[in-house]
Design a protein around this ligand. Sequence first.
Ligand code: 0O2
Length: 212
Amino acid sequence: MDGRDWSKFLLPYEQAVEELKVKFKNLRSELKKRNEYSPIEFVTGRVKRISSILDKAQRLDVPMDQLESGIEDIAGIRIMCQFVEDIKTIADFIQEREDMSVVYIKDYIKNKKESGYRSYHIIVKYPVQTALGSKEVLAEIQIRTLAMNFWATIEHSLNYKYKQSLPDELRMRLSKAAEAAFLLDEEMSSIRDEIMESQQLFEDKSLIVSKL
Ligand code: 0O2
């Protein structure tokens, strides 16, 4: 594929990422407007870089003509939440939606990765309406707490710097940091009711002030 073919190949994935970001952001704002608790804190998304697609295809032995089915995270959405409990709520929302269908789940919370990585991945099929008609693409939705995201973001940038071969000392420290993030999530969950109540009070107060 030359540069022009690649940009055409990525078009439906770009569209899927844009649409899915809007849909999950809307879910958050709708729940807030309904005065309900939102399990979604914020949403990001990206289309995988061509070099990363090619690296992954090589690593997983995916032929060039099977990238669409063989690489599941070309379109990637990330949903951040406050509490571990919110992850299940978001996963249930996704299961029930009629505009996407769940293909399978990778639960790196029950089974954390060797690196210490924790996150809940849902691979979905999502139809986009393109100029050439309807096209179903795969997308990976990663759901994680703010603490999991903090750890993963830092580990990702360190891995990028050290080109996947982290010095042992750093690897050990990251493993300890992953444990600390896990404990932070546990601690926050144990005072979840208290935190949610105070956030609700704070939002009610902001609403009154904005109406004045
Ligand atoms: P980018 O730059 O966003 O494309 P495997 O590596 O085979 O064990 P696989 O199938 O590649 O697992 O993992 P999966 O579940 O498809 O998830 C891939 C994405 O999950 C990664 O994308 C990261 O966003 C995230 N991820 C998975 N493992 C780790 C980890 O140990 N540390 C961090 N920080 N993130 C991880 P890319 O391709 O890395 O990133």
